[in-house]
Ligand binder design. Structure first.
Ligand code: IMP
Length: 430
């Protein structure tokens, strides 16, 4: 069976959680390769609601090994809290089904305080981060002063690293950003305890994946955020600080690119974005309100109202190229029911010129005007449909046009939030 990378093709919140949950039934190992608790998804299983920020939802499937790769940034309090909540609800969690890489970077309390203080200092020009300390943690990784899980579990190492790094953080907090400094003890004491709890879960995730692949066990690589929030390829600087693109799976968990057999791109049937940054197809009218209300577009991590707009094929074509997409999963198609016409942005117009790719600078991106193709809408409730051929003719036309423009086959269509409200056109694992 092949390995699959699941990536968001837009600006995150495409509904990856539901598709990953669906595919996990067929996967033996599920691994996250980037991001941290800036991500989040809610799953309803057997009438019970579970919210995950770090642990792959595969943890609910007995016999599935869940891993966090070296490319992830881990807030230990959040991670251990998720474990506690799962255990209190009778879900078995331990080294037999959950492992974290010894090389994973740890989000420290000063990362979060710096994140919030920097956003405050930026005022109107803020990125709109989730305030979880993600950016400052990745900064320390690249600056070679980060604390990794292997350091956290060793009190002597933790002490040495914290002693080295804390004066600089306190200087920034106090002198540059006018915030409160930390004492050594207020961090060391709780983080040493976190380290001891994490110790049994620490592993070389690269070896686990390598062994799984050797024995023909298939692996699901779970991306967080989305392609256009990628630090290299997204709408910089309104991006996150990691590489959600499929290539990030190789560096983010220590496996060669040959093991990334297929790449499934998750595409919401319209577009959403949280936080600041350019958004050419944004609808600031009653259509945007319809998408927010019917699609329940509020963040599962921060509760923020998401910005909404029409599907953008410039964005999707770029994602197909950057990720090497082999299949698409279309989510929330039901939300478009009753809208007429249904619009697809097929190109941009910038300063009177047509453009088929995203410009690199913010100034140009902000001047991009969408060129729309209008398709007839449909009035029917499609949430009960389980086969493509049973969808209304106009819905099929919309999907066909989307597939044609993207140049990638549609494999899954989601028509409602429940697990059963799904049309599998072609099993991505087949
Ligand atoms: P950060 O990842 O918290 O640094 O936030 C940087 C940008 O990425 C902000 O615009 C966030 O709103 C956005 N972002 C981060 N994580 C997610 C996510 O899971 N879904 C959607 N947007 C996200």
């Amino acid at each position: 069976m092949p390995n699959i990378v699941v990536v968001g093709t837009q600006w995150g919140d495409e509904g990856k959680g539901k598709i990953v949950d669906l595919l996990t039934e067929q996967a033996r190992v599920v691994v996250r390769y980037q991001g941290g608790n800036n991500a989040g998804h809610t799953l309803v299983v057997g009438g019970e609601k579970f919210i995950f920020h770090l642990i792959p939802s595969g943890i609910l499937h007995p016999g599935t090994m869940c891993c966090l790769g070296n490319g992830v940034v881990l807030d230990p309090a959040v991670f251990l809290g998720e474990i506690d909540r799962l255990q209190s609800r009778g879900v078995k969690v331990g080294p037999e089904n959950l492992r974290v890489s010894e090389r994973t970077q740890v989000i420290m309390p000063y990362h979060q305080r710096l994140d919030l203080a920097r956003e405050r200092a930026k005022g109107a020009g803020k990125i709109g981060t989730t305030g979880r300390g993600i950016g400052p943690c990745y900064e320390d990784k690249v600056a070679r002063r980060g604390i990794r899980v292997a350091d956290l579990v060793d009190p002597q190492l933790l002490k040495a690293k914290l002693t080295e790094v804390l004066p600089e953080k306190n200087f920034l907090l106090e002198k540059l950003l006018g915030d409160k400094p930390f004492t050594f003890e207020e961090i060391f004491a709780p983080y040493e305890k976190f380290g001891q709890r994490l110790k049994p879960l620490m592993a070389n995730v690269s070896i686990i994946l390598h062994e799984a692949a050797k024995h023909g066990k298939n692996i699901l690589f779970e991306g967080a955020q989305g392609t256009h929030l990628d630090i290299d390829h997204g709408t910089y600087p309104f991006v996150t600080s990691s590489n959600p693109v499929a290539g990030g799976a190789a560096t983010g968990c220590g496996i060669g690119p040959k093991a990334l057999h297929r790449v499934l791109g998750i595409v919401k049937a319209y577009t959403t974005r949280v936080g600041g940054g350019p958004f050419p197809t944004e609808c600031l009218d009653s259509i945007g309100d319809h998408m927010v209300e019917v699609g329940q577009e509020f963040g599962s991590t921060t509760g923020r109202r998401r910005r909404c707009g029409w599907l953008d094929l410039v964005v999707l074509q770029e994602s197909a190229r950057l990720n090497g997409l082999t299949g698409l999963a279309i989510t929330k198609l039901d939300v478009l029911s009753t809208l007429d016409p249904v619009r697809i942005c097929v190109a941009y117009e910038v300063d009177g010129q047509r453009r088929d790719s995203m410009p690199p600078t913010l100034a140009e991106l902000e001047r991009c005007r969408p060129v729309f193709e209008d398709l007839p809408g449909w009035q029917e409730d499609i949430s009960g449909v389980r086969r493509v051929q049973d969808l209304p003719a106009n819905t099929r036309t919309y999907l066909k046009r989307l597939e044609e423009l993207a140049g990638v086959p549609i494999q899954v269509v989601s028509v409602g939030p429940d697990r059963e409200e799904t049309i599998v056109v072609q099993n991505p694992f087949a």
